[in-house]
Design a protein around this ligand. Sequence first.
Ligand SMILES: Cc1cc2nc3c(=O)[nH]c(=O)nc-3n(C[C@H](O)[C@H](O)[C@H](O)COP(=O)(O)O)c2cc1C
Length: 170
Amino acid sequence: MQTAESVGEMYRDAWSRFATGVTVITTVEPGGAVHGMTASSVTSVSLDPPLVLAVIDESRQSHGLIESTGRFGMSILDSSQTDIAKHFATPPESRGNLHSKHITHLSGTPVIANALAAMDCKVTAAHKAGDHTVFIGEVESIEIGDGDPLVWFQRQFGRFTDRNTTSDSD
Ligand SMILES: Cc1cc2nc3c(=O)[nH]c(=O)nc-3n(C[C@H](O)[C@H](O)[C@H](O)COP(=O)(O)O)c2cc1C
């Protein structure tokens, strides 16, 4: 029989096999400091209006900050930004300082500098689902960058490699 514990482990294992890109969700603390968390449970929802969703654990500090500010930035990370992803995946009390050069602003909302893309989002709905909340954000500004995606697969950061690509020498 599968116990609740083994179902939880299998659930985690199953989803660790789902490769995703990596984003940082940014918010602003009451004192004005930039707060961020690494997030892969995000997706595009609608084109007209442009809506995204982010699924955030109720225990994250970002959860309360998104609720209270009603805004968040979403930055899609480049493969060179693993250190930034690790920084914002570490519990806030254990993080070191992140150099200010990694933060920029898009329509007043903090986002990650040199990301593949960044969006400034206004929360339009929040749906509680189990121990997480699905925040829906309307995208009000977009910035597009260049590069290769940072990928999260089986609890590791990596790069996208196209195995079907053949070079002239093949
Ligand atoms: C690749 C990766 C993706 C993550 N995605 C999410 C996510 O979508 N939602 C979530 O609640 N936590 C996610 N986390 C965990 C948070 O990044 C982590 O708990 C962070 O410390 C939360 O910060 P905060 O408490 O300052 O908001 C992810 C962690 C990693 C390494």
